[in-house]
Ligand binder design. Structure first.
Ligand SMILES: Cc1cc2nc3c(=O)[nH]c(=O)nc-3n(C[C@H](O)[C@H](O)[C@H](O)COP(=O)(O)O)c2cc1C
Length: 200
């Protein structure tokens, strides 16, 4: 476990958002941005690794090939994180390949000081065209986060994009959807702060 000293109590928690799709105007990425906005409003420093970034990651090769700068950037961002929010669309009942590839890439952090997503609260956001995939992709992502030794937050946001999630200003049309994203952000931030307090 990473050593945390009392200076950490005065530090703003760093929340890293990973997700979105390659599609311009991705609603998954907009949902992630909204959750990060809430986390920032709550006092976090936030960082977004969105769909365009994820699309630059090569298909993860577990062989001896050296990591690319993008892969190292992903691992470094997580090494500095106090909490993570992941956001994926439901693709064919599970998470997207781009998102899974990013998570596979965390294999590079297996032998690090803090392996994978160990000790980190991880909020999950899923968008899908229907409720069935929203639910199954959420369960899939929780399973993956457990495998990566992360702590999925109790609440996960499941958003149905079939009726248009966002208004022109990037905010949720429905209060309920906004509340889901805010709950994910609040739970990640709350856990990160609890950890800082315990370690102080
Ligand atoms: C390859 C692909 C597979 C999809 N599979 C499903 C699915 O199984 N169930 C579902 O409800 N929606 C499915 N969708 C719809 C997406 O989950 C939905 O449009 C999502 O919100 C897209 O996110 P984006 O706006 O960030 O691109 C699929 C879309 C694509 C492109």
């Amino acid at each position: 476990m990473r050593a945390v000293d009392s200076r950490d109590m005065r530090r703003r928690p760093v929340i890293v958002g990973i997700g979105g799709t390659v599609r311009a105007g991705s609603s998954t990425e907009l949902a992630l941005v909204e959750a990060l906005r809430v986390a920032a409003e709550g006092g976090a420093d936030t960082r977004l690794l969105g769909g365009a970034f994820l699309a630059t990651l090569p298909v993860f090769d577990p062989g001896p090939a050296g990591p690319t700068p993008g892969q190292l950037e992903l691992v470094a961002a997580l090494a500095d994180a106090d909490g993570v929010i992941v956001a994926s669309p439901g693709y064919h009942g599970a998470i997207s390949g781009v998102m899974k590839n990013a998570l596979d890439t965390l294999e590079l952090a297996r032998s690090g000081e803090r392996p994978y997503l160990a000790d980190l609260p991880v909020g999950i956001i899923i968008t899908a065209g229907g409720w069935q995939a929203a639910g199954t992709a959420l369960v899939t992502m929780r399973t993956i986060v457990h495998a990566l030794r992360g702590w999925p937050t109790p609440f996960g946001a499941a958003l149905n994009t079939s009726e248009g999630l966002f208004a022109e200003d990037g905010r949720c049309r429905s209060e309920k959807d906004g509340a889901q994203l805010a709950t994910v952000a609040d739970q990640v931030l709350g856990f990160a702060r609890m950890k800082q307090a315990v370690a102080a």
